[in-house]
Ligand binder design. Structure first.
Ligand SMILES: Cc1ncc(COP(=O)(O)O)c(C=O)c1O
Length: 392
């Protein structure tokens, strides 16, 4: 872990950032300056296995040749407003629409997860003429006012009241709890297929299929927030393919462009929106589109998603077969893994860091792992070794 990778001068970056940043995050005591593959290096040249990946953005790891090559698009055209057509945007939209299930064939492009959720909420209200949404307890959809209104955690919400009205919450994986919330004003049900931030809770297949049926019967839209689960994270390009459910909208972001900011909503034929009432300056810029198109092609190369499923199975099998006395439950889908622990997760995430592995929390008592889908078996072994050590 002590491989010297950068020869940077000892500039006090941490101090400078602390002095100038308008802080909204509690930070960890590390200055990361370089990445390659599944590793990142700090200012002192210490190497870490990266299972944070910019909160799931670097889905092909750091400095992947496909991403590096696609970034050369910057030499041709970086920005092009949506007032004009563009070659890279056209190609990417076509690839994404072709890869999407059912009649999800039109794409709105934006720059982040919260933006994609905001757009989906507006599209749903306009398409149905109704105002209410049913979301899941523990669900997370972002920090802007609309996305926050759909987010459950009281401590994220309570300082910003009044939020957007019309959001109701029901118990994930309890069909009746959702059905009870349906009113004449319900526009849509909004769900994650695996609650990421909320503690890595996968939705159950029967539940999601029942919700899809309820939506069809009652004329509601089904919006799946796949910001964290999309683009191969669950072992399928879209998480919903694990459940044989086709929603009316899929929200995407995080990993779409391999770490370059990007978001999207893929919409079905049932979705309508008037011209001129929604938009984005940067959404669909040629640079992000070119990178996203190459990332998508790479994920869809034959065998790639099989390898993700194999690695996920391997990780799960090894973690669930060892005597990990500090673990309560291990959950997940694909390479989105949550380990519920006894007590607080944060000190264990620090212990992992001391073992050379960077991980996240998901709520107070869950360690969350978002490794690159390209993680090698050797690095997977290293991850398992570190986890066994701290959880034994
Ligand atoms: C499921 C889900 N939706 C929305 C968001 C918000 O995305 P962003 O931080 O890009 O706005 C996140 C971020 O973690 C997420 O996990």
């Amino acid at each position: 872990m002590a491989k010297k990778k950068s020869g940077k001068l000892p500039v006090p970056f941490q101090e400078i950032e602390t002095r100038h940043e308008f802080r909204v995050y509690r930070k960890r005591d590390l200055v990361l300056v370089q990445g390659k593959g599944s590793s990142v290096w700090d200012l002192q040249g210490r190497e870490f296995l990266d299972c944070v990946t910019g909160m799931g953005a670097a889905i092909l790891g750091h400095g992947h040749p496909v991403v590096m090559k696609a970034l050369k698009q910057a030499e041709t055209l970086i920005t092009c407003s949506n007032l004009f057509y563009n070659d890279q945007r056209a190609l990417f939209m076509a690839s994404l629409a072709n890869a999407a299930p059912g009649d999800l064939k039109r794409v709105f492009l934006c720059n982040s997860g919260a933006e994609s959720v905001e757009a989906a909420l507006k599209f749903a209200r306009f398409s149905t003429g109704k105002t209410e949404f049913i979301c899941a307890r523990r669900g997370y959809h972002g920090r802007t006012m609309g996305a926050l209104s759909a987010t459950f955690r009281p401590d994220y919400r309570e300082d910003f009241m009044p939020l957007v009205p019309g959001f109701r919450f029901a118990e994930l994986n309890h069909f009746e709890s959702f059905r009870e919330q349906v009113t004449n004003e319900t526009a849509a049900v909004l769900l994650e297929v695996v609650q990421g931030e909320g503690g890595v809770h996968p939705v159950r297949k029967e539940f999601l299929q029942d919700i899809a049926r309820l939506c069809r019967e009652k004329g509601l839209l089904l919006i799946l927030d796949e910001v964290q689960t999309g683009m191969g994270r669950t072992g399928r390009l879209f998480g919903c393919s694990n459940y044989d459910v086709i929603p009316d909208m899929i929200c995407l972001a995080k990993s779409m462009a391999g770490g370059i900011p990007m978001g999207a909503v893929i919409v079905s034929d049932r979705i309508e929106h008037p011209l001129g009432k929604h938009g984005s300056t940067f959404g669909g810029n040629p640079l992000a589109c070119k990178v996203a198109n190459e990332v998508l092609k790479y994920i869809l190369i034959s065998g790639f998603l099989d390898s993700v499923r194999k690695k996920s199975f391997y990780l799960m099998r090894h973690l669930t077969s060892r005597p990990l006395s500090r673990a309560v439950e291990i959950r997940g889908l694909g390479l989105l893994t949550g380990i519920q622990v006894k007590g607080e997760a944060a000190p264990l995430v620090q212990e992992l860091e001391d073992q050379g592995v960077l991980a996240l929390t998901a709520g107070p008592d869950v360690i969350r792992l978002l490794p690159p889908l390209t993680i090698s078996m050797k690095d997977l072994e290293r991850l398992i070794g570190a986890l066994c050590k701290i959880l034994a």
